[in-house]
Design a protein around this ligand. Structure first.
Ligand SMILES: Cc1cc2nc3c(=O)[nH]c(=O)nc-3n(C[C@H](O)[C@H](O)[C@H](O)COP(=O)(O)O)c2cc1C
Length: 222
């Protein structure tokens, strides 16, 4: 078994004051992120999303397998097909497949089975997790910590989308296997998340939710 050659790691080093200010600024920026369900159709250079996807793919992953594929959809016919199939699944979810408790939890967000944003947003990023890889002899090898790895990469994707001045929605019209068929993905890929990306429409509104305070999400052990 060959080990990778090892190279020096030379990270940037900031003063404590700079670290404090950078972490405060990043929090302030990320605290402005919201899930938006009303998009304008305004398009923009695809290169921006290529940079964002490249950022997501810098994420750590189990045994460095990078078990993800980000499909960038910028095609109205495909977007319409995805919308219709997503609405079909969501209609079933909202009319019986979701528990009463789940419907009640979603009620304050004002969501329903209609997903016109899938057609209006200029781009969709469909995230797939790669469950296994196949070697030259045709043998399958499972990837490791696939959900954790793809979750981290998608978090970085969402942060990069926001940092670039764009808006996204993390969408899960489950079951999402229709995305594997519509986009003709290989057998080792499973749909993970559907993320419309664009600018929020001028009329867009978001629910006035509050985030948990730091004390509620953090425990100190000193
Ligand atoms: C895994 C996951 C799945 C989600 N699925 C949906 C969805 O299918 N439809 C939707 O409108 N919002 C969906 N959301 C968005 C959440 O409702 C939203 O993140 C939450 O209400 C907090 O709002 P914020 O993102 O604006 O902070 C999902 C979020 C996550 C993390």
């Amino acid at each position: 078994m060959n080990q990778h050659p090892f190279i020096p790691y030379l990270p940037k080093k900031y003063s404590e004051e700079e670290m404090l200010s950078r972490s405060e600024n990043f929090f302030a920026e990320m605290n402005l992120r919201r899930s938006v369900r009303e998009f304008s159709g305004e398009s923009f250079d695809k290169k921006i999303l290529e940079n964002i996807i490249a950022t997501a793919s810098t994420a750590p992953s189990g045994a460095h397998k990078q078990p993800w594929t980000f499909c960038l959809v910028h095609n109205k016919a495909l977007q319409r097909e995805i919308r219709l199939k997503a609405e079909e699944e969501e209609r079933r979810n909202y009319s019986g497949r979701m528990s009463q408790r789940w419907i009640e939890d979603l009620a304050p967000l004002g969501t329903d089975h209609q997903k016109e944003f899938l057609e209006i947003a200029p781009y969709l990023i469909v995230v797939f997790k790669r469950v296994y890889e196949t070697d030259a002899e045709g043998t399958r090898h499972n990837n490791y910590y696939v959900n954790e790895s793809v979750g981290i990469a998608t978090g970085m994707l969402i942060a990069a989308i926001h940092q670039a001045g764009l808006t996204a929605l993390t969408h899960t019209p489950s079951p999402m296997n229709f995305l594997e068929q519509v986009l003709e993905r290989p057998k080792n890929e499973r749909a993970y998340l559907l993320i419309p990306v664009g600018h929020a429409s001028k009329e867009a509104k978001v629910p006035d939710i509050q985030r948990k305070a730091l004390e509620e999400v953090m425990e100190n052990y000193e």
